[in-house]
Write a protein that binds this ligand. Structure first.
Ligand code: NAD
Length: 256
C-alpha cells in the first residue's frame, strides 16, 4: 500500500517508534530511522522487510539537528511523505521538585521537536498534495497523572499542535492525527515498573499489575504492533478525511 513512499519516524530505534517503522515498512514504505541506542539492530529489522532504510542521529532537542535530518531525508529519498513524531522521554517528580533542566528537555523532545519536523515537512507534502503526519501523543494528552507535569503539558500540547496542523492542511491531501496510547511495555515504561518494584519491594510481574490496575481497566498493555496498525490505517485511503483526531488506544483509561 505504501510502496514508493518515504516515512521518517523519530525515536525509532526502540519501543513504539520501531514498531511503527516496522508496520510502515511492511506496507512497502522506505524508512528514515532516528534515535539513540542499538541503531544497527533497528536498521536490520527494517531491511529484513525488503525496503530501503537510512538513519540520521539528530538529537530531537536541537532544532538545527532536526533541520539537518529533514534535509538528509529529502536528499536521500526526494521527500518525506509520512512523518511520525514519536521521540519522547519521561521524568517523574512533583512540580516543586521537578528539575528545571528535565522540564526543558521533556518539552523540547516531546513537543517542540514535532513543531520543527512538521514545519520542515509540510512544504513538500503540500506541493505533492499527499502527506501523513502522525503525532505519538499519549493518553496523557487527554488526561493527567500526578508527578508528570512536563510530560502531561507536552502531550496536551502535541494534541493541540495536531489540531492546528489538521486545520491548516484541511483542504489538501495532507492529514495530521495523534495516537494516544495508554501503557505500552517499552523501555520507557519498564523504568517506571522497576522504580515501583524497588520502592515497594515487589516482583516485576506484581509491579506491572499494580501499574495497570491504577489506570488501565483492560489490565493489558497496548502493543507497538497494535499502534502500528492504527498508523497504517491513517496512511490508507480510508484515512483521507480523518483529520485532527486524538485517537486513544488505552484499554479504557480515558473512558473513566
Ligand atoms: P522508548 O524509550 O522505548 O523509545 C524512545 C525513542 O526516542 C528511542 O528510540 C530513543 O532513542 C528516542 N529518543 C529519546 N530522546 C531522543 C532525542 N533527544 N533525540 C532523538 N531521539 C530520542 O519509549 P517509547 O515508550 O517507545 O516512547 C515512544 C513515544 O511513545 C514517546 O513519545 C512516548 O511519550 C510515547 N508513549 C509511550 C507510552 C508507553 O506506555 N510506553 C504511552 C504513551 C505514549
Amino acid at each position: 500500500m505504501l510502496k514508493g513512499k518515504t516515512a521518517l519516524v523519530t525515536g525509532s530505534t526502540s519501543g513504539i517508534g520501531l514498531g511503527l517503522a516496522k508496520a510502515l515498512a511492511a506496507e512497502g514504505a522506505n524508512l528514515v530511522l532516528n534515535g539513540f541506542g542499538d541503531v544497527a539492530a533497528a536498521q536490520a529489522q527494517i531491511q529484513a522487510l525488503g525496503v530501503q532504510v537510512a538513519y540520521h542521529g539528530a538529537d530531537m532537542s536541537r532544532p538545527a539537528e532536526i533541520e539537518a535530518m529533514m534535509g538528509f531525508a529529502a536528499e536521500r529519498f526526494g521527500r518525506v511523505d509520512i512523518l511520525v513524531n514519536n521521540a519522547g522521554i519521561q521524568h517523574v517528580a512533583k512540580i516543586e521538585d521537578f528539575p528545571v533542566e528535565r522540564w526543558d528537555a521533556v518539552i523540547a523532545i516531546n513537543l517542540s521537536s514535532a513543531f520543527h519536523a512538521t514545519r520542515l515537512a509540510l512544504p513538500a507534502m503540500k506541493a505533492a498534495n499527499w502527506g501523513r503526519i502522525i503525532n505519538v501523543a499519549s493518553v496523557h494528552g487527554l488526561v493527567a497523572s500526578a508527578e508528570k507535569a512536563a510530560y502531561v503539558a507536552a502531550k496536551h500540547g502535541i494534541v493541540g499542535l495536531t489540531k492546528v496542523t489538521a486545520l491548516e492542511t484541511a483542504t489538501t491531501g495532507v492529514t495530521c492525527n495523534a495516537i494516544c496510547p495508554g501503557w505500552v511495555l517499552t523501555p520507557l515504561v519498564q523504568k517506571q515498573v522497576d522504580a515501583r518494584a524497588q520502592a515497594l519491594g515487589l516482583s516485576n510481574e506484581e509491579a506491572k499489575r499494580l501499574l495497570l490496575g491504577e489506570k488501565e481497566p483492560s489490565m493489558q498493555f497496548t502493543t507497538p504492533e497494535e499502534l502500528g496498525a492504527l498508523a497504517v490505517f491513517f496512511c490508507s485511503a480510508a484515512g483521507n478525511n480523518v483529520r485532527g483526531a486524538a485517537w486513544n488506544m488505552d484499554g479504557g483509561w480515558a473512558a473513566q
